[in-house]
Design a protein around this ligand. Structure first.
Ligand SMILES: [Zn+2]
Length: 366
């Protein structure tokens, strides 16, 4: 089955190429922010909704008003308008937060939809005379449909190549997995073909990750206290962004392994809806880290189930999976279960429940 797939490789631009890429990235950020602000104002003041087409008509006028845009690759600017359009659509369809203004210090990118070439570890793009060096550590045999060049906060450059890739579907099996995402453990996964052969395993957050995240927290606190605009602070920022990257990569790696294994094991994967879950579970806890991991993990499950012909089911948003007794036929709901209750005994059937395994069992039984 053919699916969209992105290859990612590191780019090694020289000094001149870096200033070229930074300029192009800057033009696109400018255009994105300009049209984001314009869309907000038009909507607020006149109730007018904008979209890609209404924005694209204005683009030539913008170029006249801001002459530096004449050096920009026009097709990239159009792609940026499409990205803004997608960001708004995702927001209105409740898939994402309201689009943010792009900041220079965050990850920034340019999309190049056409007129690029990749040849022997070199990338040729419009308006740049010299080829960029790529490290192709995997073979790309598919036709590349478009490319995106990104610069991350620690000033590394990457190329994302969008292709249509063939995926061989995994052979079907009868396993079902219920996944309960947590704070203390990353997840509890209950897998089996029916009630009698199901097994629950707790997936702990890896120790190295917890350690790195704690260190990051300490450094973030130090960073916040430093004098604004000082040399020390900017030096500290680049150190911090490198560590951020390392933690993000370690986390992604852990989540990739877990999501691949889960998709490999099970025909059907059952998950709780995260929006509500986050609100209920995290009220008293530091939430940002687990939120990010949950989001990445469910995203991976979503596209991997799609690639390999598995099914994913999101369960009813208000289903109280921790509070409901998972013993078949019982279903008692313990309304006063607190977050701190790691274990509880069902007053109806007498079963002792581990909080998280009970929740995961309930998702399995759905
Ligand atoms: Zn019970």
């Amino acid at each position: 089955m053919t699916k969209q797939y992105t290859y990612k490789f590191r780019l090694y631009p020289n000094k001149e190429q870096i200033s070229f890429l930074d300029e192009q990235i800057g033009y696109n950020r400018f255009v994105y922010n300009f049209f984001l602000e314009r869309s907000i104002n038009l909507h607020k003041n006149y109730g007018i909704k904008t979209n890609y087409y209404t924005n694209a008509i204005i683009l030539p006028l913008l170029k006249k008003g801001f002459s530096f845009l004449k050096d920009a690759n026009s097709q990239s600017l159009q792609a940026t308008l499409k990205n803004l359009d997608t960001a708004f659509r995702n927001f209105f369809q409740h898939r994402a937060k309201f689009p943010n203004f792009k900041k220079k210090i965050n990850t920034n990118s340019i999309t190049i939809p056409q007129h690029f070439a990749i040849n022997n570890n070199f990338l040729y793009i419009p308006k740049l005379k010299t080829p960029l060096k790529i490290k192709l550590h995997r073979k790309v045999s598919e036709t590349v449909k478009s490319i995106t060049i990104t610069r991350n906060p620690s000033s590394k450059y990457y190329i994302n190549m969008l292709v249509e890739k063939d995926f061989a579907l995994l052979p079907k099996n009868n396993n079902v997995s219920g996944i309960d995402l947590g704070i203390k453990d990353f997840a509890v996964i209950t897998t089996g073909t029916n009630i009698s052969d199901k097994q629950s395993i707790k997936i702990a957050n890896p120790k190295y990750l917890i350690k790195a995240q704690n260190r990051l927290k300490t450094l973030n606190r130090q960073f916040a206290k430093m004098t604004k605009g000082s040399k020390n602070k900017s030096r500290f920022r680049s150190k911090l962004s490198i560590l951020h990257e390392r933690v993000a990569n370690q986390r992604k790696d852990f989540l990739h392994k877990l999501s691949s294994r889960t998709v490999n094991d099970s025909q059907v994967i059952i998950l709780e809806d995260l929006n509500i879950k986050g609100m209920v579970k995290n009220r008293h806890l530091s939430k940002s880290i687990s939120d990010v991991s949950w989001g990445i993990f469910t995203g991976q499950l979503k596209y991997k189930t799609d690639w390999y012909g598995r099914d994913i089911i999101k369960v009813n948003r208000f289903y109280p999976s921790s509070k409901t007794c998972s013993t078949p036929g019982c279903g008692y709901i313990k309304q006063d279960l607190k977050l701190s209750d790691r274990e509880w005994i069902c007053p109806v059937c007498g079963t002792t429940h581990d909080r998280d395994i009970n929740a995961s069992d309930n998702l399995f039984l759905e």
